[in-house]
Design a binder for this molecule. Structure first.
Ligand SMILES: O=C(CO)COP(=O)(O)O
Length: 124
């Protein structure tokens, strides 16, 4: 599966921990990420990730392009709900495209665990 990993700064540690706890699963997928998130995950795991631009520089839109082309199966996007982002329109655009194309998106550890369970058991 093609899976994108994205986290805002205050949620990067949480995403890295989630990925580390499930590294075997993610090692069997094709991974994409925004710039800094991918760097942090690769520094802390043995995973290989195709990194796009940093989020504020267009990375969310690059992930969105894969969604629009039908090339994305799921997104783990740990958002920071308490900090305003300069690229909020890009974030909203990505989430909107996920709804347009019915792509599962996890925005916190609990929804990530639920979607992980779904991906492991219902999508091969
Ligand atoms: O801002 C982001 C998502 O909106 C994430 O971007 P980085 O992974 O480059 O920090």
């Amino acid at each position: 599966m093609n899976i994108a990993l994205i986290a805002h700064d205050k949620r990067k540690d949480t995403l890295v921990n989630f990925i580390k706890n499930n590294e075997q699963f993610f090692s069997e997928q094709t991974l994409f990420s925004t710039g800094t998130t991918g760097l942090r995950v690769m520094e802390n795991t043995n995973l290989q990730i195709t990194r796009f631009q940093s989020g504020p520089l267009g990375g969310d839109q690059e992930v969105g392009a894969l969604v629009a082309k039908g090339q994305m199966d799921a997104i783990f996007f740990f958002r920071d709900p308490l900090t305003s982002q300069p690229h909020e329109p890009d974030v909203n655009a990505l989430l909107r495209l996920c709804d347009v194309y019915h792509i599962p998106v996890a925005t916190n550890t609990e929804s990530a665990n639920a979607i992980l369970y779904y991906l492991k058991n219902h999508k091969k």
